[in-house]
Design a protein around this ligand. Structure first.
Ligand code: MTE
Ligand code: CO
Length: 424
């Protein structure tokens, strides 16, 4: 920790000197002032000043500005054989704050999107319970509900990067991630309604899609903070995200967040044989597999600058920003390095710091235009420190796909172009 000084101070003094019109950095501001005088965008009437715009009914459901048409989910064509059992990625590089807009939440389906009329949907609770129950969506909406912000990360996020830098953009390296405010009924409330028998130790959650995906969840987790959600970011769930209801399993692997949730069976052991047993385990170098690695580890990534968000403006003030998260709780601190991990500065966390949600960080620097090796390192409130990729490989080998939470490096070249690289 050689360079620990708060960067706010240097930024403030930069602004002060720019305002005073003095010293080295005044050029950027001065150029902007000179242009204002003969800038046709200011001196001439533009189309949008001249013509009336669309009326209020042009878009009953609003869409982003057409100038943002590039900000979309994307897939990687060679990653999966067909689009039905596939994944696309959240455009993290273009987003700010901590909430993912509904239309940009990455999708992971094993058998495509189930289209279900909510009137035809049922949720059954059975197995080791006193009273088996069936709920309609209308039934669920009569229970006391809660609003909670959670990240969801697929266990395979960053899985392509185990053996080395591969995909050129945080959308692809880290974009199996979203963070949404869910509205729903605590799972505990529904299980209490059915009355879980003392022999009930595991819960099997099943989706109504064509894959009838099932996942086993320990009853302690089910009774702790799981939610049966029917709304995301204030509106009904999107079909892609499990409309009309999905299970939220906060801080744990995305695959457990069963979409189109139709059945919960209480049992006395996990239903491993019915699940894809080869999946969701981490194969170590010695041939032994880690199983039930449910919780997502502390992790972070710089979202801008990044390969899809190059530096377009040359040297001078540069906002470095990114996301940090942990399945264990909240993020206590994020450090950012501009020299490949030799020196670290404490980034500024801004916005709410909510447990099992994304955290937004910023480091505002004065870029001298030389090459940068950007890294971020998150530390959570349990004291876990995000490892380097080499540390992770030393512990886990390279047979894994899942749970890669290693430190990401972006190389910012002098021309502002950004590449996915590794340093050791
Ligand atoms: N639930 C059902 N019913 N079917 C699925 O294919 N995919 C799982 C999980 N829940 C899946 C599912 C996986 S692997 C992940 S990572 C998350 O949903 C993805 O959630 P999202 O599509 O809302 O991003
Ligand atoms: Co997944």
């Amino acid at each position: 920790m050689k360079d620990d000084k708060p960067v706010g101070a240097s930024r403030r003094s930069f602004i002060a000197s720019a305002l005073a019109g003095g010293a080295s950095l005044a050029t950027a501001a001065g150029t902007r002032r000179a242009h204002a005088a003969d800038d046709p965008l200011i001196t001439e009437t533009q189309d949008w000043n001249r013509y009336l715009g669309d009326g209020v009914d042009a878009a009953p459901y609003g869409m982003p500005s057409g100038f943002e048409a590039d900000v979309v989910r994307r897939d990687v064509a060679w990653l999966t054989a067909d689009p039905v059992s596939s994944v696309n990625f959240t455009p993290l590089y273009a987003l700010d704050g901590i909430i993912t807009p509904n239309g940009l939440c990455f999708e992971r389906h094993h058998a495509g999107v189930a289209l279900i009329d909510p009137a035809d949907h049922r949720l059954m609770i059975h197995g080791l319970v006193d009273t088996p129950l069936v709920f309609t969506l209308a039934d669920l909406k009569r229970f006391p509900r809660e609003n909670r912000v959670y990240f969801l990360e697929c266990a395979a996020n960053s899985g392509m990067e185990w053996r080395g830098a591969q995909l050129n953009g945080c959308q692809f390296t880290h974009g199996m991630l979203h963070c949404v405010m869910y509205t729903g009924v605590p799972l505990r409330t529904l299980l209490d309604e059915a009355g879980v028998k003392t022999s009930g130790k595991w819960l099997l959650a099943e989706g109504a899609d064509a894959s009838a995906m099932t996942r086993s969840i320990p009853i302690e987790k089910a009774m702790d903070d799981c939610l049966v959600a029917f709304a995301m970011n204030g509106e009904a769930l999107r079909a892609e995200q499990g409309y009309p209801i999905r299970l939220c399993v906060p801080g744990w692997e995305g695959n457990m967040w069963v979409k189109w949730l139709r059945r919960l069976e209480v049992g006395d052991q996990p239903w491993a044989q019915r699940e894809e047993t080869s999946k969701y385990t981490d194969l170590l170098e010695n041939g032994i597999a880690r199983r039930h690695t449910f919780q997502m580890d502390v992790k972070s990534v710089i979202t801008s600058p990044s390969p899809q968000a190059p530096v377009a403006h040359g040297s001078g003030p540069l906002v470095i920003t990114g996301l940090a998260w942990t399945g264990g709780g909240t993020i206590k601190r994020v450090d950012v390095s501009i020299d490949g991990g030799r020196n670290w500065r404490t980034a500024r966390l801004d916005g709410p710091s909510l447990p099992k949600a994304l955290h937004r960080f910023y480091l505002d620097i004065d870029w001298d235009g030389s090459e940068l090796l950007l890294q971020s390192r998150a530390i959570d409130d349990a004291g876990y420190i995000q490892p380097t990729k080499d540390e992770l490989r030393a512990a886990r080998g390279v047979n894994s796909i899942y749970h890669n939470n290693g430190i990401q490096t972006w190389q910012v070249r002098q021309d502002g172009v950004v590449e996915n690289v590794e340093v050791s």
